[in-house]
Design a protein around this ligand. Structure first.
Ligand SMILES: [Zn+2]
Length: 479
């Protein structure tokens, strides 16, 4: 007897979209069949008539339960919301897997005085999430500053343990990894089958523009896009792509923000390089003009939100496949700390966003721009699973995959208000955003965790996920 059958919904599988039944045994999908073909004596039958049934969302970029720099908040000891709150919000937003970050960013580590082994750092980070997470979770490993040879020496072991991806910054002392150091990291990650998640900005341009705008009295927060600008993205993306070509490493560009970034990715992909790009959902909606509104920097995530032409380029690339994933760069604080800094050097990054990605993306891409449902699944789940090494365990409705599902009511019109959201926060930049379509049920490994506005999962449900990137993802642009 099946434990759970979902019946009557429009199911999006890797092969098709149609009215199918999904049969679940334990934590796995065991059958996908035409209506009436699965046994009726299941433990539970969910009537999904009028709903879309898609793989649970994968959030590829979140910063949960970490200290916020005092330069951004004017106070010590502000933390982004903890895993309980972030994963609860994620679950309500149709997300079943979060990929956060692990890494030793202590002052000692960044100055090269001491270093903690990667696997020990990973274990400490897992400990923060274990028994405190409603969804499954994984971590990109952050490598920062000047990289010690011992760190490079641990990359192989970390990949064997299932870390899968490494994150680096090309900007912002002291986390910025200098090019020579990056060369050795890229080469080693390529050799052992990992992928690089890259925050690419040109450090010289950012520093130069910061100094220039300060000198000219133009250092207000609403000028952030002039610091973290289009030229910076153009130069940095192209240098990273060049270095990736020399070392053979696959690259996942986090938060692509500008038409220049989209063009650099397109060019690399047309030459057969395994280069993938992510767009944040706030970049699909806002422009730098919105920074000028009262409290307008609440929408800001680094690098910076650009112009209308950039927003259009991101949406177009999301629709036609040049960009691969949507993400949030989740970084939730309260409004006070978020809006404390009001200069180009002090505006707090990130936003309260993990819950809104899927409904906002559905509205902007499917309802407004006719994106196909299969493509929608790609950009909210399947592509992240493929690029970051979770496929087909995650990101697919097919026998053998984890029974992670999101049911969306495509007819549901809902205007987002803060009281509808479930994060530990007191603001949302999505207040007043009119959604067409909204998640109504979330299922994690066969267990319903959110049911029609009610949390029925447990923070003990989430598990750490081992990742391994398929060779085909690293050999060429495969999604
Ligand atoms: Zn980030």
């Amino acid at each position: 007897m099946l434990d759970l059958v979902i019946r009557g919904g429009q199911v999006v599988t890797p092969q098709s979209v149609g009215e199918l039944e999904v049969g679940i045994q334990g934590e796995k999908i065991v059958a996908v069949g035409w209506p009436g073909t699965l046994a009726t004596d299941a433990g539970r039958v969910i009537d999904a008539r009028g709903k879309l049934v898609i793989p649970g969302g994968i959030e590829p970029h979140a910063h949960i339960g970490i200290p916020v720099p005092p330069d951004w908040t004017g106070q010590a000891e502000v933390m982004t919301q903890p895993p309980e709150a972030a994963s609860r919000a994620a679950a309500f937003g149709g997300v079943t897997t979060l990929i956060d970050f692990a890494g030793d960013l202590s002052r000692k580590a960044l100055s090269g005085l001491s270093r903690r082994p990667m696997l020990e750092t990973l274990e400490r980070r897992r400990e923060v999430f274990r028994s405190h997470c409603y969804t499954d979770f994984a971590f990109h490993y952050i490598i920062a500053g000047e990289v010690q040879p011992e760190t490079v020496g641990e990359i192989r072991e970390a990949l064997e343990e299932g870390l899968g991806s490494f994150k680096i910054f090309t900007v912002n002392h002291p986390v910025r990894v200098p090019w020579g150091h990056l060369w050795s990291v890229f080469a080693e990650v390529a050799k052992h089958g990992g992928v690089m998640a890259v925050h690419a900005e040109d450090d010289d341009i950012v520093q130069y523009m910061t100094a220039k705008l300060k000198r000219e009295g133009q250092n207000q927060g609403y000028n952030l896009h002039l610091v973290h600008n289009n030229l910076s993205e153009d130069l940095a993306f192209r240098n990273v792509i060049r270095l990736a070509k020399h070392t053979g490493v696959g690259v996942y560009f986090v938060h692509v923000t500008a038409k220049e970034g989209v063009a650099a990715i397109e060019e690399a992909r047309s030459q057969g390089q395994a280069v993938y790009g992510e767009a944040l959902h706030n970049y699909l909606q806002f422009t730098c003009e919105d920074y000028q509104k009262p409290g307008g920097t609440a929408i800001h995530t680094y690098p910076a939100i650009k112009f209308a032409a950039d927003r259009e380029a991101l949406i177009a690339a999301m629709l036609d496949g040049r960009l691969a994933t949507t993400a949030t760069d989740e970084y939730t604080t309260y409004k006070g700390p978020k809006l404390w800094g009001d200069t180009i050097e002090t505006v707090c990054g990130g936003h309260n966003g993990i819950e809104t990605r899927i409904p906002v993306a559905f509205t902007k891409l499917v309802a407004e721009r006719n994106m196909s449902l299969q493509r929608f699944v790609d950009v909210t789940s399947a592509n992240a699973a493929k690029i970051l090494g979770l496929y087909p365990q995650k990101g697919a409705i097919q026998p053998g995959s984890d029974a992670d599902l999101c049911l969306i009511d495509p007819a549901l019109k809902k205007t987002i208000t803060l009281s509808d959201l479930h994060a530990d926060s007191d603001y949302s930049i999505w207040e007043g955003f009119a959604c067409q379509g909204y998640p109504v049920m979330t299922i994690l490994r066969g267990k319903v965790i959110v049911d029609n506005g009610k949390l029925v999962g447990s923070s003990a449900d989430g598990r750490w996920l081992k990742r391994r990137i398929a060779n085909e993802m690293l050999a060429r642009p495969a999604v």
